[in-house]
Design a protein around this ligand. Structure first.
Ligand code: AMP
Length: 112
């Protein structure tokens, strides 16, 4: 079981900023920007590359939640980044699909 599943199950605390029947969003414990929120599906999918075609609507919903969180956090106008790390070279450290929503400062490109 991943740490994110424990957050879904309320076994460990998190600063939750959005929740619906399909998704949960909470603040990253190690924020890399003034706003750094993680959006996760309640369903256990390890990474975006593991999602099935049947889960494609859920993937779309997660993107909508990311945009909704950005509106809630007041960064929709200034801009923000939505990113998902997939696997080892992608820099993924928690094997439960998550979108990082980062904003409140200018983002560099390309990422290191
Ligand atoms: P990634 O490296 O893309 O897998 O991102 C995992 C993210 O989860 C990192 O940014 C961590 O800081 C964050 N993280 C790990 N444990 C927790 C936790 N208990 N609550 C909130 N964020 C966490």
């Amino acid at each position: 079981m991943t740490i994110f599943k424990k957050i879904i199950d309320r076994e460990i605390p998190a600063d939750i900023v959005y929740e619906d029947d399909l998704a949960l969003a909470f603040r990253d414990v190690s924020p890399q920007a003034p706003v750094h929120v993680l959006v996760i599906p309640k369903e256990e999918i390890a990474r975006v590359g593991d999602a099935s075609r049947e889960q494609s609507a859920l993937l779309g919903h997660l993107l909508w939640v990311a945009a909704e969180v950005a509106r809630q956090e007041g960064i929709a106008g200034s801009g923000y980044r939505v990113v998902t790390n997939n696997g080892r070279d992608g820099g993924q450290s928690v094997d439960h699909l998550h979108l990082h929503v980062l904003g409140g400062r200018p983002m560099g490109w390309p990422p290191g």
